[in-house]
Every structure is written in C-alpha cells, then in structure tokens.
Write a protein that binds this ligand. Sequence first.
Ligand code: ADP
Ligand code: MG
Ligand code: ZN
Length: 472
Amino acid sequence: MRYQPVMGLEIHCEMLTNSKVFCSCQNEFGGGENTRVCPRCSGMPGTLPLLNKGAVKLAAKAGFATNCTVNNYSAFDRKNYFYPDLPKAYQITQFESPICTDGYIDVVGGKRIRINRIHIEEDAGKLVHDDYEGVSMADYNRCGVPLIEIVTEPDFRSVEEVQDFVTQIAQRMKYAGVCDARMEQGSLRVDVNISLMPIGSDKFGTRTEIKNLNSVKSIGRAIEYEIKRQADILDDGGEVVQETRRYNDSQDNTKSLRSKVEAHDYRYFPEPDIPPVVFTDEEIEEIRKEMPELPQERFLRYTEGYKIPQEDAKLIIAQKEFSDFYDEAVKITPEYKLIANLMLGEISHQLNDREMDITAVTFTPANMAKIAEMAAGGVVSKGSAKDIIIIMFDKGGEPEAIAKDNGFIMDNDTSGLDEIIDKVLIEQADAVEKYKNGNDKLFGFIMGQAIKAAGKGANPALIKEALASKLK
Ligand code: ADP
Ligand code: MG
Ligand code: ZN
C-alpha cells in the first residue's frame, strides 16, 4: 500500500426526547405509517416551528460528553433541497452557529480526534420502496425527529481509530441519555469521509463519503473496500471523484449515490421563525451539573475504586443496562470482583446461549447480590453459585430457596468430615503413597474423591483444609 488513508466522520444521533423537535408529535421508533405526523412536521404551509427545549438540553449534554464548548449563542438555518422525504423542501439545521464546538475524544493508541462541531437538526421521513411494485411510498413519522450531527476533523488514519471512536460515541451518548445509540435501528448513523494521499504527503486527496453503515463491523468493511477502490483508481493514474457512495453490506461494496453537493447549492439562510438559543454561563453550568456518570468515569470507578481488571471493566461497561445491573448488585453486596466474575462468566454465558439481553432476565440485582453473599460467606460453593444462576434462568426463584431445595447449602459442620476423609485415604492408599513420594498433582485427585464421598453440600474449602493437615 503506497497510500495513507485519511478519514473524517459525520455522526447523526436521534435524541431521546418525548416529542419531536418543532411540534408535539410523539418521538418514538416505529408505528404505523404516517400515524405520528401533524401539520407542522408534514410541512403544511403557514405552520410555525416551536423549538423543543429538551432537545436543546440534550444537544448540550452531547457536547459535555465529548469535551466540547457549549456555546452561549446558537441559531438555526434552513438548508434547502427537494426530496420526497422532506415535505417542507428545506431542513432546519444549524449552519453558522452550532450549539457545540471544539471537542475531542482520545482513541486507541492515545490519538486525539478533534470534534469540529455538534449541531441540532431535524430528521427527514423515510421512503418505502419494497412494499408496492413500481411505487415508492413516503412515511413522514420520522420527519422532525430531533437529531444532533457530530462532525469530526479529518484526523483518523486507520480503521481501528474510526471503530473505537464510533464505539465511544455510542456509549457516551447512551450514558448521557442523549440517544439510545442503536445503529441497527438507525438511531445512530455514521457517514465516513475518506481519501487517500501518498505516504509521507500532507496534502489530502479528494474524498468520497460513504453512507448507510449500520454497525461498527460494516464500517470496517466499507472503509477497507473504499481504500482499495480508490487505491486502484490512483494506481491506474486516474482521479477519485468527489461523491456520496452507498455501502451494500451483503455485496460488500460501495456504489455511487450522487455527486457531492457543495454548501452553496443548499442556499442556506437564517431560519426566520425560530429565535436564537441564548444561554447564560450559569444556565450552561446548570446543564453540566445534570450530567450523569459517563462511561469513562465509570471505568475509573470500576478499575481504581473496585480493583476490577481493565478488560473486565470494559466488558461490563460496554452495555449500559448490564453495567447498571452490576452497579445495583454491588450496592447491596460489595463483592466487586465476585459479582463481576459471575456476571461476565455464567450470566453472560447464559445470555449468549439464550440470545437474551440483561434487560430480559426475570431475576433482579438483589438476587445476584444474594448469590454473591452466599458464595463469599461459604454458604454455597462457587460452583453451586453458577448452578443457582442456571436454575434462575430456567425457572426463576429465589437464590436461597434454590440452594436449599437443591442441597447446595454447604455442610460447614466438620464433625463427620474426619471419618469420611480417613475412609477415602484408606480407599486411595495408592494415590496417597505416590503423593507422599512427591507427585503433587495427586492432591487434586484425592480431594475430588473426598468431595464426592462427602456429598453435594460439601464445603470444598473445609475439605481441602482437613485433607492438607492429614497429608502433611
Ligand atoms: P463539507 O462542508 O463539504 O461537507 P466538511 O468540512 O464539513 O465538508 O467535512 C465533512 C467531513 O469530511 C468532516 O468529517 C471532515 O473531517 C471530512 N473531510 C474533509 N476533508 C476530508 C478529506 N480530504 N479526507 C477525508 N475526510 C475529509
Ligand atoms: Mg458537511
Ligand atoms: Zn408533528
């Protein structure tokens, strides 16, 4: 490869407001076609937009989550273009004065990616092409859904940096309560701008923009494809055409969608029907104070506060609901490592096998805490703790009752244990002999026999202790 790829991102996030950005229609995914529309969001002439303050606040929170400056003054503009999914024939957006500017996120390798701006805009509707032969239908439910667009500088040089950035944005928006960040549902949409330049050069090449990326994986595949496509053109002495391309996941290629439209083609002009958004410093500070804990803060709490290994902390934090479940459980029983291990072990294993999400389980963080308490206190073994989890997945129930009903409660009474162990030592005289002659591995075998003889409720720790003193 003789070329250095250069990338910049434009990320759209649908914000979690109750109503749309300029009218009182419900803001929710799905619903029957054109059931969430009113004269305002369907572009009837003469209607006026009314700015949703909640959307402005969430956009400011997106800025705080990405180290941006939240501006005292921001204003709206009209971006004019005609398309059947946009009944007004213009989109209300922020062009000259966006709400947030100058942020950054650090990605893999310690590289800092600068965020140019975050602005508020309205979403367009959806065209449905597949339901009727030869006819396209317009569904305006999505018209006026509040969006933010996060625009980065062209600072990315590798697929890994892009993927890490998108993952972090999704997590931060989710934790900040801005967006549910479901790429597969389109609530977080990433456009990748990409160009190549000869290695060693600092003059950027002509870029293309790839749309229609609906997972972090497909972002990687689309970039790889586009790098190769542009490299082939340049190798043949050709020129890359500045255009928008669509990525097709099933065919793993990008196809030209339209030639690039320049800003002046949109005839941007100030939106006359919405007053500018003016915040005092105090008002901005008030919003900052309302920021919930962000993933990077939670990571520090887990690793430094709870001494959870970094990789484990990352895995827990990856899904906010999973991490919230963990937080609720450790609030009740602060067995930080044990609960982390059970959740990343048996719970995750069961969730995967059953293709389930933590939000769908019928047991509670309190149940989880109880299991950890019993395992840590030697009431049940760690192995039984896993069995209790499986039973809760299968048929529900309270951990204590499950432990009792299944004979998991360990017999911590050592009387009788002596006799059992002595019997095992006689039965396994051969192994005992070899162990005493230096075959250390046989301890585990003898221990296994003793546990078997002691029965289901046996406490492995006590057996080990007794055995060790007898074999000394
Ligand atoms: P426009 O206004 O024409 O859309 P912007 O300056 O807003 O251009 O850039 C849009 C996106 O393209 C940004 O994410 C930016 O980082 C990225 N970008 C700009 N130039 C290049 C380039 N030469 N190669 C790759 N990405 C680029
Ligand atoms: Mg742009
Ligand atoms: Zn409406």
